[in-house]
Write a protein that binds this ligand. Sequence first.
Ligand SMILES: Cc1cc2nc3c(=O)[nH]c(=O)nc-3n(C[C@H](O)[C@H](O)[C@H](O)COP(=O)(O)OP(=O)(O)OC[C@H]3O[C@@H](n4cnc5c(N)ncnc54)[C@H](O)[C@@H]3O)c2cc1C
Length: 417
Amino acid sequence: MTSRPAGNKPAALIIGGGASGLAAACILSANKVPFTLLEKENKPGRKLLATGNGRCNLLNFGPPAFFGDSGFAHSVLRRCGSDEVARFFEGLGLNIFEEELGRAYPTTRQAASVLDCLLAGIDAGGCGQLLTGSRVDRLTRAGGQWVAHCGQESHQAPRVVVASGGPAAPKLGGDDGMVRVLESLGQPATPFSPSLCALTTQAGPIRGLAGQRVYARLWLYHGDSPVDAAAGELLYTQEGLSGLCAMQLARAAQEGLQAGLPVSVGVDLSPLLNTCPVHMGRLDPHQQDPDSAQAALALLRARAQALGQRRMYTGLLPRALADKVARLPIPQAAAWLTALRLRVTGTRGFDHAQVAAGGLDCAWFEPHSLRSRLLDGLYACGEALNVDGDTGGFNLLFAWASGILAARDIVQDFKSM
Ligand SMILES: Cc1cc2nc3c(=O)[nH]c(=O)nc-3n(C[C@H](O)[C@H](O)[C@H](O)COP(=O)(O)OP(=O)(O)OC[C@H]3O[C@@H](n4cnc5c(N)ncnc54)[C@H](O)[C@@H]3O)c2cc1C
């Protein structure tokens, strides 16, 4: 807990001590604007510590890749883009390096460094109070103040920043309660659904492969129409498919299932066979490679001739996959390896999602300030808004940028009084 001098009333409440709330708190702190941050967990930044497998892919320098109210996300990033967010962190003492595809990480390769820098930045100002174990369950207005009710306690200030995130990963703090509170106050919202989430599929064709990781290209179909595609690391699970490229298809899978369409995923292991380049990220679903089955067939025939039927998969496929196709005639094996189609039955839900689609409708917020157009003195930022980004650092980028802009507006407002 950081301390604010006694008698210094908060100019703002921040609800949520995750990425966007902590970024907002740093800006207020640097500008000596007194605030109280309310976090329901017993520590701030729990989800942040788990990001990027503990390495924190904290932003992306590439072109923006957002869904939901994506135009709003672009407007926010035009005002506070990746370069500016990087400078914000450098100002906090964090060194950042850029990997492939514009992904940026702390040079320490530890998410804990990101959290430590944010907490040090908040502490440095000496004007903020960070209260943990403080779940806000109600917001009311009284005498020009916002009152946040946490059980028996309440806190008030003329401005409130809702930085409470979405319901993905509830074990790490994910929760949609605050968005529901805002809905009850008249702020419209789109229902949340899991995005960037493992898929559940029919089990039979991939039985025995759970735990196996490979490079793959995946196509998601609504009926027979390809609607989304991604390439990268694929992880077979007991329930279906995971790994980043499968998770990227969850949004489209969910949309198809909600529309009552038959949804399936095509699995092409050409990157594993080395018959196409290993590419990471989204693909154009309409640009399928018509030659992949032929290339696999030619490869398998050549290997059968050179190495014999018994050894043709050795060194080409991981053992579990080799066992799967070993008894198939070569044309069927080539088809299994490049054109397996699995029925998608769902996603693994918020417990297994990294991000939630849906949230507060952005049309009712100003992109330069994150101020509500409906509720005076109320701001929202991060995943609580109807913006979800692709993998690669876009979700955190939006969380930082929107938190920074909201806090800058509060600073201006506070100093003009
Ligand atoms: C396993 C995992 C890995 C990820 N990896 C990456 C990655 O590498 N790069 C990337 O860009 N994104 C990643 N993400 C997504 C990213 O973490 C989120 O998009 C981002 O944290 C959203 O920031 P936020 O501030 O909106 O919400 P959060 O960071 O979720 O913070 C919200 C905070 O509000 C608190 N809260 C909620 N309700 C209340 C309430 N009523 N009262 C008080 N407090 C409340 C929560 O406890 C939480 O601490 C990952 C997510 C997960 C789950």
